[in-house]
Design a protein around this ligand. Structure first.
Ligand code: GLU
Length: 384
């Protein structure tokens, strides 16, 4: 190996060392207008098996249910209405899993299908349930293959794109690396033109900056939903789980093996400051049931001084929420500052808002503690 090659390899230690890897494969890689590319699936399975043999644990997040189902149903385009998408997914998901199962059976290994919904994972109990299932499959040496349960998903409640779903899976299993296999080489320095040479590829991104966000451009295809923008959302979420992400072309030979060997493939996004898993869930997965508007003093206490939210700092209560629900904390202008799990219901906070802590028990007749949101149950929201 040349010294230059060695240096490049050394530049991606997080990939070489990754023990637990989430691999996300998009519809545009797996299928051509809904027609499954058998060779791509075989290559993917061969490489995943090789990674398992190398002692890595892999979770596969596979799109393609809607694309494959639409094709099987003889449609030229995927359906547009929710019921047609649901029906296509119902037909396609079986076909997809059959493909994986056959390939892995030949390799002497088991696969397990895990279908999740956004609403399900918003619930902390069900989120932990999904985690237990995935970890057990990994312990058994079976490959978990995850997709959204598109048969019951509607627009308001769906993940919609498997990029964001794959980042949630990263938090579920505490993966070290997310590999997003797609139909582009990675992130280019500028939006790729319709024709002509591509702008240079960005090999490594240390931090998501506004310039990087601008460089991300849509690469939408008919059947796959996520462009580069949803990939960056996934990158941000994975980074807060302490995982690096590689976005790369899925049909490149040995792509997964090269990524895992630390080769300079696609664009590597380094991991960021790791949030505890529960805080990550709160920031990225939980659905907020209401909003607390806080005064400037409380805003500073939360953001700059790492404090809890006390009743005195609350100026308005919006929505209906119960003890333990997730709520957003916003400043009077409406900008979201933090999310947290409340110790009091909306009705209770309305009664104690603006009051000193010592009055809680007198006003309510009981106290759940001094804080409306305890610091341990609070996570700051990064400015966009
Ligand atoms: N869950 C969708 C499917 O399997 C894919 C969503 C996406 O393309 O990101 O068809």
């Amino acid at each position: 190996m040349t010294p230059a090659r060695q240096r490049q390899k050394a530049a991606r230690p997080e990939c070489r060392r990754a023990k637990r890897i989430v691999v996300k494969v998009g519809s545009s890689t797996l299928a051509d207008g809904g027609d499954v590319r058998g060779r791509v699936v075989s290559e993917l399975c061969r490489q995943i098996a090789a990674l398992q043999d190398d002692g890595r644990e892999v979770v596969l997040v596979s799109s393609g249910a809607i694309a494959v189902g639409s094709h099987k149903l003889g449609w030229e385009q995927p359906g547009r209405t929710i019921p047609t998408l649901q029906a296509a997914a119902a037909v396609g998901q079986i076909g997809l899993m059959q493909l994986y199962q056959r390939r892995f059976e030949r390799l002497g290994r088991a696969v397990g299908q895990v279908l999740v919904t956004r609403v399900g994972l918003e619930d902390r109990g069900r989120f932990l349930n999904a985690r237990h299932c995935l970890l057990e499959l990994l312990r058994l040496g079976a490959l978990p293959i995850v997709n959204e349960n598109d048969t019951v998903a509607t627009d308001e409640i769906r993940f919609g794109d498997n990029d964001n779903l794959s980042a949630t899976v990263v938090n579920l299993v505490a993966a070290d690396l997310l590999v997003i296999l797609t139909d582009v080489e990675g992130l280019h320095e500028a939006r790729p033109p319709k024709s002509g040479p591509l702008p240079p590829l960005i090999p490594v991104v240390d931090r998501l900056t506004p310039e990087i966000e601008r460089a991300a451009s849509g690469s939408h295809t008919d059947f796959g939903r996520g462009g580069m923008t949803t990939k960056l959302e996934a990158v941000r979420s994975a980074a807060h789980s302490g995982a690096a992400t590689v976005v790369c072309r899925g049909n490149r030979r040995d792509v997964l093996l090269d990524v895992a060997a630390g080769e300079p493939v696609g664009t590597l996004f380094r991991s960021g400051e790791k949030l505890a898993s529960r805080k990550h869930w709160l920031a990225y997965t939980a659905r907020t049931r209401g909003t607390l508007v806080v005064d400037p003093g409380a805003a500073r206490a939360l953001v700059d001084r790492g404090r809890s939210l006390l009743p005195a700092g609350v100026v308005d209560v919006q929505g209906r929420f119960d003890v333990g629900d997730a709520v957003a904390c916003v400043e009077p202008g409406g900008r979201e500052l933090a999310r947290g799990l409340v110790a009091y219901s909306a009705a209770e906070v309305t009664r104690i808002q603006g009051r000193p802590t010592r009055e809680i028990a007198r006003v309510l007749g009981y106290s759940n503690g001094d804080e409306v949101i305890h610091r341990n149950d609070l996570v700051l929201v990064e400015p966009p």
